[in-house]
Design a protein around this ligand. Structure first.
Ligand SMILES: C[S@@+](CC[C@H](N)C(=O)[O-])C[C@H]1O[C@@H](n2cnc3c(N)ncnc32)[C@H](O)[C@@H]1O
Length: 340
């Protein structure tokens, strides 16, 4: 039996979890205004100067920052002086593996409204579609500003998966690496930055690849192709990447994507599926993993995180077999697969 003190502690912790949306929404506000970049380090500044730099009123900004400071995000003095804390420094865009991009992404309007319709998932609906009458990727195409926030977050996900992939797999022998659903190309930049030999090709939705600036294409080593991976994928690559793509789709769509890869692959080509492997016992997994799984439900309905056995079943249904399961420095794993 727990004593009153334990119960009170649990109540206080639960209370803050229940109100977590308030915190994440305020973090988005400060990220949208670029506040962390505007607070000078280490001296800080007066909230009135900060408000002037953002063209907003000082008093509401102070109230937001004070609430965040209670969570150790910024330091705010009783006199309105604002300075960085270790957590707010992570929101600077120049911080390694910056949290700025996630702060803007999770509560952006598309996700926010989809989560408000979460109940519909329990009766077979897709919360995002209930909220917006549009699929997630259709919505992102129709809301380009949010589309670019999504792309930037995929490139800067706190799991640091692109750098982890580049250092966990030997790409030295590859001539062409095709990143299917490769977003703005960050995985290829990390890989090609480490391995001078290969070239890369990003296949993604036309609006996504059109937004990749030339400066990010490594002097042309990264080619881009706008298209729909359900219509097939380009032949001729020695390595095909599917990084965090399959978890966006239910099984039948994963099978279509994998069949497209299989049709494009030579007998020697390798397919690398880069995903978290679901730990079915939440006592053993990380909270972040189950939040991603729940987010997939909110965005895509039956799309989900999968166990290794579930990935193997998908591969087998498409004439592919898993060769190796490779750990990375990130929570993602690499399932290396080839034609059977
Ligand atoms: C979760 S993101 C992963 C991005 C990147 N691979 C990564 O690991 O960060 C899924 C990607 O699939 C792309 N995508 C979705 N539907 C697509 C389609 N039908 N054809 C091509 N790409 C698509 C999205 O635009 C997005 O970039």
């Amino acid at each position: 039996m727990t004593n009153a003190t334990d119960t009170d502690k649990q109540r206080a912790a639960l209370d803050l979890l229940i109100r977590g949306f308030q915190v994440s929404r305020m973090i988005r506000l400060v990220a949208d205004f670029g506040i962390a970049d505007k607070v000078p380090e280490p001296q800080g500044c007066d909230v009135r100067d900060l408000a002037a730099a953002c063209s907003v009123r000082p008093q509401p900004l102070l109230r937001v920052l004070r609430a965040l400071a209670a969570f150790e995000i910024f330091r705010v003095g009783a006199d309105g002086h604002v300075a960085h804390s270790p957590r707010s420094l992570l929101l600077r865009t120049d911080a390694p593996n910056s949290m700025h991009y996630g702060a803007r992404f999770w509560t952006a309007p598309g996700s926010w409204q989809a989560w408000s319709a979460l109940d519909s998932a329990l009766t077979g609906g897709v919360p995002h579609e209930t909220a917006w009458q549009a699929s997630r990727f259709q919505y992102l195409q129709e809301h380009p500003e949010e589309g670019r926030i999504f792309d930037a977050f995929m490139a800067h996900f706190p799991d640091n998966r692109h750098a982890a992939l580049a250092s966990a797999y030997d790409f030295a022998g590859a001539s062409l690496i095709a990143d299917i659903g490769g977003g703005n190309g960050e995985a290829l930049r990390q890989i090609l930055g480490r391995f001078p030999g290969p070239r890369g090709l990003v296949l993604d939705r036309p609006d996504v690849v059109a937004a990749i600036p030339d400066a990010l294409r490594l002097d042309g080593r990264i080619g881009v192709q706008g298209g729909n991976f359900f219509d097939g994928v380009p032949a001729g690559a020695d390595v095909y990447l599917l990084s965090r793509v399959l978890h966006d789709w239910p099984d039948e769509d994963c099978i279509r994507i994998l069949n497209g890869c299989r049709a494009a692959m030579s007998a020697e080509a390798r397919l690398l599926i880069v995903e978290q492997i679901l730990e079915p016992d939440p006592a053993l997994g990380s909270p972040s993993e189950y939040l991603v799984d729940a987010h997939m439900m909110a965005m895509f309905g039956s799309a989900r995180e999968r166990t290794k056995a579930e990935f193997d079943e998908l591969l087998a249904a498409c004439g592919l077999q898993s060769l190796r399961l490779i750990a990375t420095a990130s929570p993602v794993w690499i399932i290396e697969a080839a034609a059977k």
